[in-house]
Ligand binder design. Structure first.
Ligand code: ADP
Ligand code: F6P
Length: 323
């Protein structure tokens, strides 16, 4: 009997997810699998919203942002009952392998589906945040960085013309990978993230010191925090403390869209193929990552509950390079 696998995207979308779906489908079919796509992540699994995928159904998507399979956050999947329904749907179609493209939450769900119902699960890291342990890069991070960098380049033009201070908020939920990457790449004066909180006095001191050194405009990159309005709070406090006027730009979901970069397409293609290879080798409960340029298999239990840490030396680099 022909072996079957299903693929879904879950959690926040990321540019390059389509390239990963394409690689999974084509590599799987090349290796003799029948391939199914699950719509809207775990929600679609519960609702039996599945479509057969052939090589043509993934034509012309490698360059597209978003995910043709759609994505969702599914409350019911946190419950045993929801996962039992999902497993029953897979069983109904005779599918015992599931490839999940998403973040660490999606992998936690997948691991439970395996533990409770024996479904073979393989993860592919897809999130712009780059916050997944066990892989140097996640699919979508490079594109998000480039998008944010291009936006800040534009902001710099107007900041320079008006001799203004700009605070630019970037995404990253709880981690500063995007903030630090773009802070260095776009030449920001300061990067403020949850990992490296700085007193407002210190922030003002650096900005004023820049002025005495001849800087007439400044860019401060702020990593998003859990509460809304965080960047506006910081901006207000700067004005109260040292009188500097400012403008704020929140880049928001622009960072999640757009055509994936070459780097993300390549990563997605390699990880997609690696995931199918792991299925073919009858592996389960592993994430396919990239470490030092090599495709690796990382057991879910090695990464569960861990948060990848930013490299502290990046903060020092921003400070030195922005003098
Ligand atoms: P990400 O995968 O990007 O980290 P989320 O944390 O929102 O995004 O997880 C995506 C989905 O994965 C959730 O909506 C839920 O359906 C499932 N999920 C997340 N964490 C768990 C968990 N601990 N147990 C079961 N399912 C989970
Ligand atoms: O995890 C990806 C991410 O874009 C984070 O950077 C951000 O905090 C979050 O998702 C936003 O999620 P939502 O899609 O619910 O707006």
């Amino acid at each position: 009997m022909q072996k079957k696998l299903a693929v879904l995207t879950s959690g926040g979308d990321a540019p390059g997810m389509n390239a990963a779906i394409r690689a999974v489908v084509r590599y799987a079919i090349h290796h003799g699998f029948e391939c199914w796509g699950v719509m809207r992540g775990y929600q679609g699994l519960l609702e039996d919203d599945m479509v057969p995928l052939d090589p043509r159904s993934v034509a012309n998507i490698i360059q597209r942002g978003g995910t043709i399979l759609k994505t969702a956050r599914c409350k019911a999947f946190y419950e045993e009952e929801g996962r039992a329904r999902a497993a029953a749907m897979l069983k109904k179609h005779g599918i015992d392998n599931l490839i999940v493209i998403g973040g660490d939450g999606s992998f936690r769900g997948a691991a439970k589906l395996n533990a409770e119902h024996g479904v073979h699960v393989i993860g592919i890291p897809g999130t712009i945040d780059n916050d997944i342990e066990g892989t140097d890069y996640t699919i979508g991070f490079d594109t998000a960085l480039n998008t944010a960098m291009e936006s800040i380049d534009r902001i710099r033009d107007t900041a320079a013309s008006h001799e203004r201070l700009f605070l630019v908020e970037v995404m990253g939920r709880k981690t500063g990978f995007i903030a630090l990457g773009v802070g260095i790449g776009a030449g920001a004066e300061l990067v403020l993230t949850a990992e490296n909180p700085r007193a407002i006095e210190d922030v003002c001191q650096r900005l004023l010191r820049g002025q005495t050194r001849g800087k007439t405009s400044s860019i401060v990159v702020v990593g998003e925090a859990d509460h809304e309005g965080h960047v506006f709070d910081i901006a207000n406090r700067i004005r109260e403390h040292c009188g500097l006027d400012y403008r704020v730009t929140v880049l928001g979901h622009t960072q999640r869209g757009g055509a994936p970069s070459a780097r993300d397409r390549l990563l997605a293609s390699r990880l997609g193929a690696g995931a199918v290879q792991a299925v073919a080798d009858e592996e389960t409960n592993v994430m396919i990552g990239e470490v030092a340029g090599k495709v690796v298999r990382v057991p879910f239990h090695d990464i569960a509950g861990k948060r990848k840490q930013v490299d502290d030396s990046f903060f020092e680099l921003v400070d030195i390079l922005s003098t």
